[in-house]
Design a protein around this ligand. Structure first.
Ligand SMILES: CC(C)(COP(=O)(O)OP(=O)(O)OC[C@H]1O[C@@H](n2cnc3c(N)ncnc32)[C@H](O)[C@@H]1OP(=O)(O)O)[C@@H](O)C(=O)NCCC(=O)NCCS
Length: 213
């Protein structure tokens, strides 16, 4: 690891960097700005609600000047879904009004997801109550920082007494899959996964990583 680059807790002043990292990694791990022109859209669904609702599970990679990566998530997916619906979604309604028909553009597909947080509650994942998202800017990938961020997140969950964590990844993102495989995540079969693959692992980094919930 570059000695100037550290993992630290999220701060409110990281807000703009958090949004920037998200939009530059939100399309199968790469830049999403050409697909979702409103740069608030993807962060409003996949990054900001965690920083807002789960600040002690939000960590950033800081290169000495700014946040260049993050890991964030929740210890309790059903509780997060409830908090998202009650206190996060109302803040989005003006900027992203609910659709009045089926989604017809990539952005509308995301707005549809935005309004359906209950999609995150998947019966097969009940034994893996925590979930996460991890993204680093391209210049900071493949240098061991993703592993360092993940370790911070797993350790924070473990300290909270949460034993298992899952994530949903776009199946087409094969680079991310190689990373998760290397970090000991295993696939969790789900009946109707759509474009996603679900992976999980124990939070205890000293335990055999392949043990299933
Ligand atoms: C996926 C991501 C989080 C991985 O973080 P990273 O800092 O690049 O990964 P690291 O350098 O910490 O790698 C950790 C291990 O995974 C392996 N790995 C990481 N990316 C890999 C790849 N594309 N192919 C093969 N192995 C890979 C590394 O070789 C390393 O193995 P080792 O520690 O045993 O030597 C990061 O690349 C990223 O943000 N990508 C874009 C956004 C994204 O796809 N996020 C995930 C969405 S589901």
């Amino acid at each position: 690891m570059d000695p100037m680059t550290i993992v630290r807790p999220y701060r409110a002043t990281d807000h703009a960097a958090l949004y920037d990292i998200c939009v530059r990694t939100a399309h199968e791990g790469g830049d999403s700005r050409h697909i979702y022109p409103d740069l608030e859209l993807m962060p409003s669904i996949f990054a900001a609600p965690y920083a807002e609702l789960e600040p002690d599970l939000t960590f950033v990679l800081d290169d000495g000047e700014r946040a260049v990566g993050y890991v964030l998530g929740t210890a309790d997916t059903p509780a997060f879904v409830e908090a998202y619906r009650a206190s996060w979604l109302p803040r989005l309604r003006e900027r992203f009004p609910a659709l009045d028909g089926p989604p017809s553009t990539p952005s509308e597909v995301m707005i549809d997801l935005m309004y359906r947080p209950e999609r995150m509650i998947v019966p097969e994942l009940a034994g893996y109550p925590a979930h996460l998202h991890i993204d680093l800017l391209p210049d900071h990938q493949r240098k061991g920082h993703g592993r360092a961020l993940m370790n911070a997140f797993l350790d924070a969950l473990h300290r909270k007494g949460v034993e298992y964590v899952h994530l949903g990844m776009v199946t087409a993102n094969t680079a991310a899959r190689a990373f998760y495989d290397r970090l000991g995540f295993h696939e969790i079969p789900v009946a109707d996964p759509g474009p996603l693959t679900y992976l999980g692992r124990r939070t205890d980094r000293t335990a055999p990583p392949t043990a299933e919930a």
